[in-house]
Design a protein around this ligand. Structure first.
Ligand SMILES: [Zn+2]
Ligand SMILES: [Zn+2]
Length: 175
């Protein structure tokens, strides 16, 4: 019972059918292999921080001391081929989700066609508002800051108060 080239398998990560080049392959592509490594690492770190609580403190301190470096590296990374590819994929995911109406835009895109636009999640779940990419990117991440700053921009561009719209109990931001 050796290599059967006709035999198809289901990839553990993307769950799509593929023909393995080597009999015992479980993942379809380099991409899925990378994703699995990432998953493994995340799980490993989770367990590690539980068994080594001081590590979190150390990491926080390290991050604080090297914040400028991290920022610069990230900025530079976005300019590399991989970074650009990543941005392209994220943007197309935005568009895909919009197309499938999983996200609800509160406003149409009022910005000129040439201007790249992001759809900012005002509640982290359903409602999105178009904002120019460079403005949206200025306060990156999932932090509270990201919400607050972008709410100000929404007020500026659309004359619309998100906090009032969501009521006094805005949902947690999660993607
Ligand atoms: Zn796969
Ligand atoms: Zn956003």
């Amino acid at each position: 019972m050796f290599n059967n080239p006709e035999k198809k398998k289901i990839c553990l990560i993307c769950e799509e059918e593929f023909t393995p080049s080597i009999y015992n392959k479980k993942l379809c592509s380099e991409r899925c292999r990378l994703e699995r490594r990432r998953k493994w690492f995340r799980k490993y770190m989770k367990e590690y921080t539980i068994t080594h609580p001081t590590y979190i403190e150390y990491q926080k301190r390290y991050f604080k001391e090297n914040r400028e470096n991290f920022k610069r590296n990230k900025k530079n990374w976005y300019k590399t081929q991989k970074g650009k590819q990543y941005l392209r994929e994220v943007r197309s995911q935005y568009k895909y989700k919009l197309k499938n109406k999983k996200w609800i835009p509160i406003f149409p895109n009022i910005f000129p066609k040439e201007l790249p636009v992001d759809y900012h999640h005002v509640d982290g779940k359903w409602f999105v508002v178009p904002l120019p990419t460079n403005i949206h990117k200025m306060n990156n991440g999932k932090s509270k800051d990201h919400l607050e700053k972008n709410n100000e921009w929404i007020e500026f561009f659309h004359n619309f108060n998100v906090t009032k719209f969501l009521g006094s109990d805005p949902m947690e931001l999660q993607k």
